[in-house]
Design a protein. Sequence first.
Length: 267
Amino acid sequence: MDFSLLLVIAVAVTGVITLLNYLWWRPARRQSLQAAEAGTTEGLPSNAREQVLKEPWPVDYARSFFPVLLVVLVLRSFVVEPFQIPSGSMRPTLEIGDFILVNKFAYGLRLPVVHTEIVDLGEPERGDVMVFRFPSEPSVNFIKRVVGLPGDRIRYEGKQLYVNGEPVLKSLLAEGPAEAPGELMYAEQLGEVEHRIYNNPRDLGPQMRELVVPEGHYFTMGDNRDHSNDSRYWGFVPADNVVGRAFAVWMHWDGGLPSFTSMRLIH
């Protein structure tokens, strides 16, 4: 089940219990205490008073957890959300096991679960590393780089990316780097962003004729160009599926001890 849905349900349940406690159950306990004290001239012992006023354990837990869950929901839905990188499609920018932070308000504020935009704060830009809900399976989050904006003409041929008829500039950095034997590492200039990509010279890869990005959609590609399931294969990303912009790696964990030495901004 979607974690956002579980979090919303938890906030709603604990919030309703907390509200009912303050409006009805707590006043009822105080009235019971007053009635009990009125029936005795000596008053109730302190332990008896505490027993009458004591909150049932579900109410106690709900009251304690509600503010914490509410803060988590607000931060996760509207400010920043953590994700883990499960595949190598964004290498060398992002490695398997990287834990990233995603800016949830860079492209506007959206309600959790229903994903309806309530405040428009900006649009994805060419070169952004974007998290989005996979068009054919919205419960799955994908992360790719924004290559084409609405109205752009995109072509990919001979491992060269073309945007609006112009080849995207790239320069060779390394042949067969130690972390990726057999790959060629390039520095690519996409919009205002310079980033690194991998190309495999032995893999012809897909040859894509020129496409026009429809309004309200984006064309995305992985930086690991020959090992990425992206818009070249399944099409465009609807604006309604956008989750946020990835901006930092805060931890790396590949099954051993977590490492914080990889903390960095994402370009």
